[in-house]
Design a protein around this ligand. Structure first.
Ligand code: HEC
Ligand code: HEC
Ligand code: HEC
Length: 437
């Protein structure tokens, strides 16, 4: 999407969020769809050479490998499952996933159970180097040692595949793995999941799956400037490349407050229920991962998610009803004609404003800039429609644009801070000075 600020006018925070949630990009990238069934069948065939593993229970390992969606990231488009070499693009550069088949030279064939546990638990590889959190070890750290060793036992049954991992294409200083030691010091705390005796066994199982192998928060929790998730992993919604993973907490405006546990379990099993259908990255999570969970585990996940409290609607606290009403009226008059009543937009013509990352960015400048200056789809883009949005600089005053912006940022499940007229006035002045403004 092109805006007057260039495409992806994302603040650094969003870009940084990336390292952690490169998963989303992976899930979105075109090549992902090597035929799932063929790949799954191949993996099953390879995996079912059930030699008695020295470490753990192979069948349990296979189940956890699916629940953890390891194959998604560790398989190149069209490549052999688990042989790695999938490019994980980040705004900083590309990280390649590694070969986790038991090949001694290029895979993890020489890794001991302890080496493997250290990688999953601490994000450190066999040679003691730090791994990047594009590998979701901040979640996998919560797995029990037994479960991790079972995963290793399953991976050991795969046919070894010789496929070296390419070196990452990251700029300095991120190309230095040592940087991750600092990052870990600041943002990462290893630690196995701790059973909460005040809760039911079912709740604990759900929490263990969500916060551990399921790494749901890699997409559904927000990230800070350095791409790290709040250690409490609040699941109150987060951004990935081009996709907003909505809150899984108890809110009704944005969250699962209106869903029953049964609705959640059904969604995870089938990708849809009477309230929603999974699209984009979540459709792939369901296809490759949650649909293979046992019904009991899906129920446990649902029970855990239903226990999450509704987050405080902080950004709405200071916004009065009349501001939102004035904004809504302006929206109907000036925007709904193209972006439609619920901000849902029109595929291939008008972008959605609902759950739109540019709209909800911590800085409202992109949104205000589009309202002032308009937007056009660049002619160079293959799917350019030639549709143009005229700017509203001459038609709306600063106070009106502030109300409208505040409304759009808090309508239809969007949530972001309010904007005042002074802010619009400042930006208007800045844009007037800038070339093309
Ligand atoms: C979101 C994508 C993603 C998922 C899901 C994922 N990985 Fe990875 N994994 C990576 C990336 C990327 C690397 C390379 C990191 C680096 O180079 O620092 C990696 C590295 C590893 C390593 C280190 C290997 C080495 O040679 O250094 C192991 C072991 C590993 N992953 C195992 C797993 C297992 C087991 C699962 C599932 C439970 C899994 N991964 C799921 C992306 C992922
Ligand atoms: C790769 C990123 C990613 C991961 C990992 C992920 N999700 Fe999602 N999830 C999304 C996105 C994006 C959506 C929004 C899908 C849509 O709009 O159709 C979503 C939607 C959902 C929804 C529907 C919410 C609603 O309000 O419509 C539920 C429930 C859900 N995810 C549960 C989970 C659980 C449980 C896990 C962990 C087992 C998980 N997700 C892991 C990206 C992810
Ligand atoms: C005549 C139809 C039309 C009207 C009316 C219109 N827009 Fe747009 N808008 C578009 C088109 C077309 C684009 C896509 C341009 C592109 O792809 O870069 C767009 C893009 C946007 C974007 C950028 C979205 C993104 O993801 O980058 C925002 C924000 C936006 N419009 C907000 C508004 C607001 C607010 C109003 C009302 C003041 C409005 N639009 C009125 C057609 C319209």
């Amino acid at each position: 999407m092109s805006t007057p600020y260039g495409s992806r006018a994302m603040p650094l925070a969003k870009a940084a969020a990336f390292l952690c949630c490169a998963a989303v990009a992976v899930a979105l990238c075109a090549g992902c769809t090597h035929d799932r069934d063929v790949a799954a069948a191949a993996a099953v065939k390879l995996g079912e050479r059930m030699s008695p593993g020295p470490y753990g229970d192979i069948a349990r390992g296979r189940y956890l490998v699916r629940a953890g969606d390891c194959e998604a990231c560790h398989t190149a488009p069209g490549g052999v499952p688990f042989a790695g070499d999938r490019a994980v693009p980040t705004p900083f550069g590309t990280i390649y996933s590694t070969n986790i088949t038991p090949d001694p030279e290029t895979g993890i064939g020489r890794w001991t159970g302890a080496d493997f546990y250290r990688a999953m638990h601490e994000g450190i590889d066999r040679l003691g180097r730090h791994l990047y959190p594009a590998f979701p070890y901040p979640w996998y750290t919560r797995l029990s040692r037994d479960d991790v060793l079972s995963i290793k036992a399953y991976l050991d049954t795969l046919a070894p595949v010789r496929q070296p991992t390419r070196s990452n294409d990251l700029p300095w200083p991120l190309d230095r793995r040592g940087v991750m030691a600092v990052w870990n010091g600041l943002y990462f705390k290893d630690g196995t999941y701790r059973y909460d005796p005040k809760r039911s066994a079912q709740w604990n199982r759900g929490a263990y799956l969500v916060k551990g192998v399921g790494h749901c928060g890699a997409c559904h929790s927000d990230k800070n400037l350095a791409g790290a998730t709040d250690p409490s992993d609040p699941l109150t919604g987060g951004f990935g490349e081009n996709a907003y993973a909505p809150s899984l907490a108890g809110g009704t405006r944005d969250g699962l407050g209106g869903w029953s546990a049964q609705d959640i379990a059904q969604y995870l099993g089938t990708g849809h229920n009477s309230l929603s259908a999974a699209a984009g990255p979540m459709a792939e999570v369901v296809e490759r991962s949650t649909q293979y969970m046992s019904e009991a585990d899906r129920q446990a996940v649902a029970v855990y998610l239903k226990s999450l409290p509704a987050p405080k609607e902080a950004s709405l606290a200071g916004i009065d009803r009349s501001t939102l009403d004035r904004g809504a009226a302006l929206y109907v008059d000036h925007c709904a004609g193209c972006h439609l009543a619920e901000g849902q937009g029109e595929q291939g013509a008008f972008p959605p404003l609902r759950r739109n990352s540019a709209v909800q960015a911590s800085s409202a400048d992109t949104l205000i800039g589009v309202i002032l200056q308009g937007a056009r789809i660049p002619a160079t883009r293959g799917d350019a429609t030639g549709l143009v949005m005229q700017g509203f600089a001459d038609r709306l005053d600063d106070a009106q644009i502030a109300d409208l912006t505040t409304y759009i940022r808090n309508a239809w499940g969007n949530r972001a801070e309010a904007v005042d007229a002074d802010h619009v006035e400042d930006l208007r002045r800045t844009l007037r000075k800038s070339p093309g403004g």
